[in-house]
Design a protein around this ligand. Structure first.
Ligand code: MV4
Length: 502
């Protein structure tokens, strides 16, 4: 047992602030690290102390292990919280912390090594009797081996990179004659992305749901799950919306999958907060996909329905405390939905749209939580993720939560940068989302209704602005020539008959 008095947060943006908020509540001092591009970022101002760690690119700053260790030592931090992304799943970083006697708030480097390698993770789960997607036992060395597995499990299959995750180095194979080419493509993509070209083969699950379970395990061998998160609303492996409970879930399936998630955590002697990702097919068969050994972006929806502060649990577990609750004490109350707000342009292929934020008006009121970090006048750097905030709503039922999300998105105004808010509003309006009938293909399936209609609306809006401005200029000249002929604002419609067609 060691009481943590000072935590260095090796991250930036909303998650750095999220972690520091809990630290403040626990009366733990906070240390920020920042890059050149983050001198004016909010996490730096929020912390008790801040240390400069390098140039703007992450490789020189937030991924710079030695600079971060140096800052931790200089500030006398007892522990490092890695947030998500950056070094959060890097075993070498966890090992360096251990070497320096700094508590890494997360699992051991040994567990991170296993889970970071999808083939090792599959093997560990198979050994523990956890259902995995049918496929190869280890990596495959050539086309012949791939063919052998395909003859056992049948087509279609997916070739996946061992070092992958998040869709990189993944190939769908539907015909035997495509194997050679797909194998080569997956290998070279994996080599380029991860410097490791080992691949394996899995049976392809058609139209799966992506459902993950939150787990917590302490250093005394106690483990619980905090139920599921439905994460099937994704675009190119980027989640957009998450909700809990999953509309697909039944109490029986929840119990089965929850127990499986706990067994998976115990099988690798996990420590701290983690997530077991499953694919669930149309017949409600579920398969282990991967384990994330970090706090996740979407953790607030779990916090909202269970009432558990996951960061506080992470810190207490890192201190060596026993979990303060058992599985039977945990319940899901109501329904929570999260929308990720990104600075990006949905009308231009979701291109990141960093820049200076002009005005922000955030929603508030009953059942609303916002985890963000940008402020009016803040210049969103080009170097990092485009996510600028997360809007989390709670409602007693799913219907109420959706209504509340629609209301909150309506209230949310950000000018100066393009955001995903409008697109999220359109998702909330779809029949499939309202009915909870969606899987991982939802965005593609609804592409037309989610992207097209506004083009026309925007033209009308632009034309109205231009017409009003021309009208304003005309009036202005009249004010100068004869003040009594000043026209009230609504007269622009009379003077601009062309717009009356709309
Ligand atoms: C699959 C799959 C179907 N069958 N594996 C995509 C990201 C990576 N973590 C795993 N992924 C998938 N693996 C088998 N055997 C379908 C996907 C997949 C997907 C998974 C979760 C959420 C969204 C997805 C979108 C497309 C494909």
């Amino acid at each position: 047992m060691k009481q943590i008095k000072k935590v260095l947060v090796a991250n930036r943006g909303e998650i750095a602030i999220r972690v520091m908020r809990t630290c403040r509540e626990m009366e733990i001092r906070t240390v920020a690290v920042y890059s050149e591009a983050d001198r004016t970022s909010l996490h730096v101002r929020y912390a008790h102390e801040a240390y400069y760690i390098g140039e703007a690119p992450s490789s020189s700053s937030y991924l710079n292990i030695e600079r971060i260790i140096e800052a931790a030592k200089k500030s006398n931090s007892d522990a490092i919280h890695p947030g998500y992304g950056f070094l959060s799943e890097n075993p070498a970083f966890a090992r360096r912390c251990r070497e320096e006697g700094i508590i890494f708030i997360g699992p051991s480097p040994e567990v991170m090594l296993i889970m970071g390698d999808k083939i090792k993770a599959r093997e560990a789960m198979l050994l523990a009797g956890i259902p995995v997607v049918p496929g190869t036992e280890g990596s495959i060395s050539d086309e012949k081996e791939a063919l052998e597995v395909i003859h056992q499990i049948g087509l279609p299959v997916m070739i996946k990179a061992a070092a992958g995750g998040g869709g990189k180095g993944m190939r769908l194979v539907s015909r035997e004659e495509d194997i050679e080419q797909s194998l080569r493509a997956a290998r070279s993509e994996a080599m380029a992305a991860f410097g490791d070209d080992s691949v394996y083969v899995e049976k392809y699950i058609t139209s799966p749901h992506h459902i993950e379970f939150q787990i917590l395990m302490d250093s005394h061998g106690n483990a619980v799950h905090l139920f599921e998160r439905e994460c099937s609303v994704q675009r190119r492996h980027q989640k957009m919306i998450e909700e809990t409970p999953s509309p697909l879930m039944t109490p029986e399936l929840r119990k089965l999958m929850g127990d499986t998630a706990v067994a998976a955590a115990k099988a690798v002697n996990y420590l701290g907060a983690g997530t077991i990702e499953f694919l669930v097919d149309n017949d409600l068969n579920y398969y282990f996909l991967e384990m994330n050994t970090r706090l996740q972006v979407e953790h607030p929806i779990t916090e909202r329905v269970t009432g558990v502060d996951l960061v506080k649990q992470q810190i207490q577990i890192a201190e060596g405390m026993q979990l303060a609750f058992t599985q039977d004490e945990l319940v899901q109350r109501g329904h929570a939905i999260e929308c990720r707000i990104n600075a990006e342009d949905p009308d231009n292929n979701f291109m990141p749209a960093p820049g200076k934020v002009h005005k922000i008006k955030e929603p508030s009121g009953l059942g609303i939580r916002i985890d963000g970090y940008v402020y009016e006048g803040y210049d969103i750097p080009i170097y990092y993720d485009s996510m600028i905030s997360k809007l989390i709503v709670w409602g007693k039922t799913r219907e109420i939560a959706i209504q509340r999300m629609r209301r909150a998105l309506y209230e949310y105004k950000i000018t100066g940068v393009k955001t995903s808010i409008k697109f999220l509003e359109r998702i909330m309006e779809t029949k499939d989302f309202a009915e909870g009938k969606y899987d991982t293909h939802f965005i593609e399936k609804n592409r037309d209704s989610l992207t097209q209609e506004i083009e026309v609306g925007k033209e009308i809006e632009d034309m109205a602005i231009i017409t009003a401005y021309i009208d304003y200029l005309e009036r202005l000249s009249k004010v100068y020539s004869n003040i009594r002929e000043f026209q009230p604002a609504h007269s622009r419609w009379k003077k601009s008959p062309q717009i009356l067609h709309f």
